[in-house]
Ligand binder design. Structure first.
Ligand code: OOG
Ligand code: MG
Length: 242
């Protein structure tokens, strides 16, 4: 394969110039996470900080939509916080459960005990690959299509399993349940801890954790977007404002 740094530079340029690129297709999982690490280093060099992590493909609906079968982990950065419009290629939105880490996850306590708040969130994803088509490892290298996120009001942690999830994007609407997230979003936390340990991804106090979409993603058309999850404050944005 081309050097990880080289692939990361190609992906970084695609993101900063909002220009889609052909996918790579043949990376190993190890190589793909190495590319992701290099990509995040490029963003840090450009002045961004890591604000959290995200899981992908935690629901069957998403796995089917994207034709993949295993959970993936990506990084959230300061440049993604509140970013919902400018400089995107073919953005989509997803309804998400967000957790907040109150302390570092370092094995001293179970990850559930490190979480200090929960909220409804909207994630904006924007694959840097042509037509949103990629292999499992391509999407890991592309930082799991991460592009932006908006978080509703934080609330004290509670079991958010079995809650109805509604996402509206312009005239499109989709409904699901948080049970679609590995049975319960708390299971996504455990899956995250496992992947993070194996892939050398730190989980630090203050990080946001997006547990993975409960439904398919909807196109972001620039109109009003709203996500509501029973028992949590709804979250929304006007498509073209930041
Ligand atoms: C990858 C990102 C998937 C999720 O919540 O499942 C994701 C993609 O679909 O482009 O964020
Ligand atoms: Mg997502």
């Amino acid at each position: 394969m081309r050097a990880a740094v080289n692939i990361a530079e190609t992906l970084h340029k695609a993101q900063t110039t909002a220009t889609e690129i052909p996918n790579f297709g043949d990376l190993t999982v190890e190589d793909a996470y190495e590319v992701q690490h290099a990509l995040i280093a490029l963003r840090q060099r450009a002045g961004e900080t890591v604000t959290g992590v995200k899981l992908g493909f935690t629901s069957e609906a998403k796995m089917k939509q994207m034709g993949v079968s295993e959970v993936i982990v990506g990084r959230l950065t300061s440049g993604m916080a509140g970013r919902t419009s400018e400089n995107l290629i073919h953005p989509k939105v997803e309804p998400e459960i967000a957790y907040r880490l109150g302390r570092d996850v370092d094995g001293a306590a179970p990850i559930e005990e490190c979480v200090d708040a929960v909220a409804a969130a909207i994630e904006v994803i924007d694959s840097r690959y042509q037509d949103f088509r990629f292999t499992y490892t391509d999407v890991i290298a592309d930082n799991t299509s991460a592009a932006g996120y908006v978080i509703g009001d934080w609330q004290p942690v509670t079991d958010v399993g079995g809650r109805t999830v509604r996402l509206t994007s312009g005239t499109a609407h989709v409904e699901g349940s948080t049970s679609a997230i590995l049975g319960n979003p708390a299971n996504a936390l455990r899956a995250l801890e496992d992947v993070a340990r194996r892939r050398g991804i730190p989980l630090k106090a203050g990080y946001v954790v997006l547990a993975g979409a409960a439904t398919v993603a909807l196109p972001l058309t620039g109109e009003y977007v709203e996500c509501s999850i029973d028992g949590l404050a709804p979250v929304s944005f006007e498509g073209r404002s930041r």
